[in-house]
Ligand binder design. Structure first.
Ligand SMILES: Cc1ncc(COP(=O)(O)O)c(C=O)c1O
Ligand SMILES: *[C@@H]1O[C@H](CO)[C@@H](O)[C@H](O)[C@H]1NC(C)=O
Ligand SMILES: *[C@@H]1O[C@H](CO)[C@@H](O)[C@H](O)[C@H]1NC(C)=O
Ligand SMILES: *[C@@H]1O[C@H](CO)[C@@H](O)[C@H](O)[C@H]1NC(C)=O
Length: 438
């Protein structure tokens, strides 16, 4: 009896140990595969040019929420223009922009079959027109509005619509350097037979048709721009993502053949992925709509409805500023924030003596009815010292991640720094920058 029970105990203990071992192995595997997945996720994220992290060596670059409490150890990632700064305005707004969408709504592919842009929500279109009228930054009369999944999709739609359909050669696409780093990547992404990236517009001298992208104010340097190529056969696309009062004085309502806008940089709702185009020519609008139809069969209705609500509140805040509902307009708030950020940045740059920033002349802003300066969404910083050739690496050495000049078609002496991050990150950046010594 005793032997049996001892044997039983032995078997039981073995079984227990085996299951213990199995559990341990299993857990290790889970941990390892979890870590592997995180690495792969990081690698995937780094492959996205728009999000490209210059260095993935530190996990905190990919996962900003795991930050060390030590300010000096923290990696400050200002590589992409993620507009999280605007949470500061929208959080206190509480339920003003909350919408409720019952499960049975937004089910159909179609939004408005009477409209050329059949997948555009009428309320969204209404709020676009209203906001442009309130701000005075674009003419909407006689324009076709086309909604897109971000202005990025509309950029591709515009290239598709404007490229000659019957040509044997792809049309040249140019923009004056420094240009938005995504243009070359998006233009050549699918190696289209319709269009190809042809680089810096200021040196374009081919006797061939071309599309010139005019980004005003410009990403990365913030300057107001006009077309630079002076040749026949040119087609213009105006990217006006930053033509809003918090960044630049509104001089006159934009009146172009094709203008692109986005909620990403105007209200800060980049995650909605909503942009719009104002298009003069009906045939161009039709082709852009066709592109979106072939690409994504329309644009998320839920996102359009949220965007419409956000734009409505922005317009309300402008029209009712100083009232009971809105102490100040959205643009007053964001303009004041940008003013303060640029003041701090110029002060820090002056203190360090190693860098320089562009200077902007002031101009009359019709929206604020005042003579105002320019305060771009990005700082286009130059490393002045002769012994610093690569400004991006130099700043990375100080755990500040930026995007180097070569991505924008210029040299490595320049970097682009996002001015739209959260307050805490921005303040840490200013503190870090002020302390840099050679
Ligand atoms: C000049 C410019 N155009 C377009 C975009 C893309 O905007 P969206 O988020 O609407 O796709 C950006 C974003 O950084 C931009 O800087
Ligand atoms: C079970 O594991 C314990 C501790 O690791 C060990 O002392 C014991 O001998 C093991 N039993 C068997 C049956 O392997
Ligand atoms: C553009 O070219 C035309 C004719 O070639 C010339 O008259 C005009 O001054 C040029 N404009 C600019 C801004 O260079
Ligand atoms: C901007 O203005 C300041 C002060 O006048 C000057 O020192 C600096 O060189 C200027 N920067 C550029 C890029 O022109």
């Amino acid at each position: 009896m005793a032997v049996v029970s001892l044997r039983n105990f032995f078997v039981l203990s073995l079984a227990l140990n085996v299951s213990l071992i199995l559990r341990t192995i299993n857990q290790n595997e889970k941990l390892q595969s979890g870590a592997l997945m995180a690495v792969q996720k990081g690698a995937k994220v780094s492959q996205m040019a728009f999000l490209s992290f210059p260095s993935l060596s530190s996990p905190s670059a990919a996962a900003p929420e795991i930050q060390t409490p030590l300010g000096s150890e923290r990696i400050i990632n200002l590589d992409h223009g993620d507009p999280t700064m605007y949470e500061q305005y929208w959080k206190p707004m509480g339920d003003k922009t909350t919408i409720v969408i019952p499960g049975w709504q937004s089910m159909s592919y179609f939004s408005d079959v009477k409209n050329l842009c059949w997948f555009m929500e009428p309320e969204f279109a209404k709020q676009i027109v209203r906001l442009h009228n309130v701000v005075g930054n674009a003419v909407t009369e006689g324009r076709h509005i086309v909604v897109g999944t971000g202005s990025s999709q509309l950029y591709l739609a515009a290239l598709y619509a404007l490229s000659p359909q019957d040509s044997s050669n792809p049309i040249n696409v140019v923009s004056a350097a420094p240009y938005y780093s995504s243009y070359p990547l998006m233009t050549d992404c699918v190696k289209s037979g319709l269009h190809k990236w042809a680089g810096d517009a200021t040196v374009f001298n081919k006797d061939e048709p071309y599309i010139e992208l005019v980004t005003s104010p410009n990403n990365p340097d913030g300057f107001v721009r006009h077309s630079v190529v002076n040749r026949t056969g040119g087609i213009l696309v105006h990217d006006l993502a930053y033509y809003w009062p918090q960044y630049t004085p509104i001089s006159t309502p934009a009146d172009n053949d094709l203008s692109l806008f986005t909620v990403s940089k105007s209200t800060g709702h980049a995650g909605l992925r909503i942009g719009w185009a104002l298009v003069k020519d009906v045939e161009v609008a039709k082709r852009m709509i066709k592109f979106i139809e072939l690409n994504t069969i329309g644009v998320s209705k839920d996102s359009q409805l949220r965007a419409a609500k956000v734009l409505e509140v922005v317009s309300d805040s402008c029209e009712q500023a100083g009232g009971l509902e809105y102490a100040e307009s959205f643009f007053h708030f964001s303009h004041a924030l940008m003013t303060e950020r640029w003041r701090l940045l110029r002060e820090a740059v002056k203190r360090s003596g190693l860098f320089s920033l562009p200077n902007f002349s002031s101009a009359h802003c019709s929206f604020f009815d005042n003579n105002l300066g320019t305060q771009p969404a990005f700082a286009w910083l130059k490393c002045d010292r002769d012994d610093v050739d690569d400004c991006e690496s130099f700043l990375r050495g100080h755990k500040i991640l930026t995007r180097g000049g070569k991505h924008f078609g210029v040299g490595p002496k320049y970097v682009r720094i996002s001015m739209l991050d959260r307050e805490e990150t921005y303040n840490l950046f200013i503190e870090r920058l002020s302390q840099i010594r050679l």
